[in-house]
Design a protein around this ligand. Structure first.
Ligand code: NAI
Length: 325
């Protein structure tokens, strides 16, 4: 099948070419993100392959339909960047990679918690500058702390198991799932009891700004908030106010509400125009990574393998077990 591969990054070609060695699909590598005005580049392709910062909205879908595209294959688990009802209405099938490495995201979540807590991000530059003072680097034992996980799916469960191994008390809020060793809690209970709150639920209309001024007010003063899920789960302006007042003690994020204009690109030669994001970077107790939680060799290989398999299954049967219904 001819596949227009939008938003291609250098590190993706090798794993996708390897995964495709027997399937024999033809990738058209396109550097640009998929938007309504770039969708025309998919002309003569039956499938497009997209990632989380592509904008597969109704306007882009109309263009894809016109270009003859039948399949949207996202090389991600989350699919909030795709207007699925619009795609279905246009007769397009949408497939995804439901699980590739929950370990990758869970381990990055723990990396954010530990780096923040032990100030590794600050110690790194301090020591290189010959400053071996410990002032300002005081951390806390993870052992015995209460960590609240919102969302107990594949990544939440994996994160829970690591935290339980560290001797944390783990509580969880998930309307549909439970995990052995994790004490179920209501959302208000979880917020009130947790020293660390970590988000592992999908972004939906219901979960948008799940963490806002009201929910932050219900958290323990000085608690840590970690978000490796989706940026818009958190109201960034409310978080900034809470960091300024001290209600929020620490923030670790791998995702950001407006990351589409920032992440996955080298902007080091430009002036960042997003003042809210820039404000976040001024706090010493904030650690931001650019949507890299998934980014391990194992996860990339699995993403490529499953995406190629999804396309092959659709090509053979006209449907796919990983289709979003
Ligand atoms: P999953 O589908 O296995 O688990 C999601 C869980 O959230 C489910 O158990 C579901 O019942 C629960 N949930 C749904 N609505 C909820 C609500 N209102 N409150 C609490 N829980 C709710 O998904 P998985 O694989 O664990 O991924 C979780 C999220 O992680 C994805 O939706 C995606 O946004 C994000 N992600 C981030 C990556 C990164 O690189 N930063 C990479 C992969 C996923």
């Amino acid at each position: 099948m001819q596949i227009a591969f939008f938003n291609t990054k250098r590190y993706e070609k090798q794993p996708f070419e390897y995964a495709n060695r027997e399937a024999g699909h033809h990738f058209h590598w396109i550097d640009l993100p998929l938007r309504a005005d770039t969708a025309v580049l998919a002309k003569e392709c039956e499938a497009v392959c997209v990632f989380v910062n592509d904008q597969v909205d109704a306007a882009a879908i109309a263009q894809l339909q016109q270009a003859g595209v039948r399949l949207v294959a996202t090389r991600s688990a989350g699919y909030n960047h795709i207007d699925v009802p619009a795609a279905h209405a246009a007769g397009l099938t949408v497939v995804r990679v439901p699980a590739y490495s929950p370990y990758a995201v869970a381990e990055h979540t723990i990396a954010l918690m530990l780096s923040l807590n032990r100030h590794v991000h600050r110690a790194y530059s301090r020591v290189r500058d010959g400053n071996f003072s410990l002032d300002g680097l005081l951390g806390f034992d993870m052992h015995g702390k209460t960590v609240g996980l919102i969302g107990l799916g594949k990544i939440g469960a994996c994160t829970a198991r690591i935290l339980l191994g560290m001797g944390c008390r783990v509580i969880g809020y998930d309307p549909f799932s439970t995990v052995d060793g994790v004490t179920p809690a209501t959302l208000p209970e979880l917020l009130a009891e947790s020293d660390i709150v970590s988000l592992h639920c999908p972004l939906t209309a219901e979960t948008r700004h799940l963490i806002d001024a009201a929910s932050i007010a219900g958290m323990k003063r000085g608690a840590m908030l970690i978000n490796t899920s989706r940026g818009a789960l958190v109201d960034t302006l409310a978080v900034i106010e809470a960091l300024k007042s001290g209600q929020l003690g620490w923030l670790g994020i791998d995702v950001y509400e407006e990351e589409g204009e920032l992440f996955f690109s080298d902007l080091s030669e430009t002036v960042i125009q997003d003042d809210v994001f820039s404000r976040l970077l001024t706090f010493p107790n904030v650690l931001v990574t650019g949507h890299q939680a998934f980014f391990t060799a194992e996860a990339l290989a699995a993403i490529a393998t499953v995406t190629v398999r999804n396309v092959s299954e659709y090509e053979k049967t006209g449907t796919c077990s990983n289709a979003i219904v």
